[in-house]
Design a binder for this molecule. Structure first.
Ligand SMILES: NC(=O)c1ccc[n+]([C@@H]2O[C@H](COP(=O)([O-])OP(=O)(O)OC[C@H]3O[C@@H](n4cnc5c(N)ncnc54)[C@H](OP(=O)(O)O)[C@@H]3O)[C@@H](O)[C@H]2O)c1
Length: 292
């Protein structure tokens, strides 16, 4: 298999490339910026799509996206262009050459009022980000029943550098700042490690699976609760972390609890026994991968 990964400089894409290469799968790394070892292609342009068409690959994992809901809310056209339209164009390229295709989607396709959500449950995104990612899902389904969609929730990882991992990075900055820091305590997240998602991606491709699957860390927490867990795992003081009883007013609306059920993935044979969030953070910290 020659695996092309869009967004391969990003939080998730970098871990997919890392794991694939460790398993001797040859990769083609595509991102937006110019970087040594990467192919630069803007997937919102005809030229970028042509660049990808001209490359050699027989499986494509599409992670590139605008993933910040607040940014998407400010520029819906751009959000639809990259998260929706480009996804359809890439799926068409995969169909043209009879290649495998896997699109990374999000728990934000659900409204968050009636968790947990199965793959078949009705979708109703609350913000532009979720709507644009759903447009991407719809485009993929229209092009082929053989393609894969994998929904995941809030991610954290290390491969692309900590700044790419807001969940961890902003908390460590808050804990190290010595200043009072407000952390929101209403929206429930299921922090999910990008290395585990990479494992799921390669598992699904290896099984020749098709259709929609979901994968999620099983431990829940608000940003406030996660900050306390990170403080405990790293031995830092949480005294300055203040509980914020509502999300910042300027933020895009987010689902309160869009917990993804992953029974379908487990039924396919994926081993879901994973370390807890706190344990994983502790492991990363002890390995010196989260700074000092
Ligand atoms: N992060 C999360 O918490 C989360 C949660 C649920 C679902 N997801 C989904 O998971 C996937 C991966 O997210 P992530 O957090 O890894 O994203 P990320 O760290 O923000 O990385 C985005 C990647 O997309 C590339 N990119 C951006 N615009 C592009 C364009 N116009 N053309 C080509 N490439 C472009 C970037 O390239 P450059 O680095 O060169 O700019 C980068 O490699 C996304 O589909 C996202 O919707 C993420």
């Amino acid at each position: 298999m020659k695996l092309l990964v869009t967004g391969s400089s990003g939080l998730l894409g970098s871990d997919i490339v890392y794991l694939a290469e460790r398993r001797n799968i040859s990769t083609v790394k595509v991102c937006l910026s110019q970087r040594p070892g990467f192919i630069s292609a803007d997937i919102t342009t005809e030229e970028g799509i042509k660049t990808i068409r001209n490359l050699e690959w027989d499986a494509l994992v599409h992670t590139a996206a605008w993933r910040d809901p607040n940014v998407c809310e400010k520029d819906p056209d751009k959000a639809y262009s990259i998260n929706g339209r480009a996804t359809g164009l890439l799926a068409s390229l995969a169909k043209e050459r009879n290649a495998k295709f896997l699109y990374i989607s999000t728990d934000y396709v659900f409204p968050g009022t009636n968790p947990p959500y199965r793959e078949v449950d009705p979708v109703k995104p609350l913000n532009i980000y979720g709507k644009a990612k759903l447009a991407g899902e719809e485009a993929v389904r229209k092009i082929s029943d053989h393609f894969l969609i994998l929904r995941v929730p809030a991610l954290y990882g290390i491969r692309a550098g900590l700044a790419a991992s807001p969940l961890i990075d902003s908390t460590l900055k808050a804990l190290d700042s010595g200043k009072d820091w407000d952390m929101e305590d209403t929206i429930i997240k299921y922090p999910t490690y990008t290395g585990d998602v990479a494992d799921v991606v390669l598992f699904l491709l290896g099984k020749n699976a098709s259709g929609t699957y979901q994968f999620s860390g099983q431990e829940k927490g608000t940003r406030y609760e996660m900050a306390l867990a990170i403080a405990e795992a790293t031995g830092k003081s949480s005294a300055k972390i203040r509980r914020m009883p509502a999300p910042p007013e300027a933020d895009a609306t987010r689902p309160i609890d869009a917990h993804l059920c992953m029974d379908k993935l487990i039924e396919l044979g994926f081993d879901s026994t994973l370390p807890s969030f706190k344990e994983r953070v502790r492991q990363l910290w002890q390995a010196g991968l989260l700074g000092s």
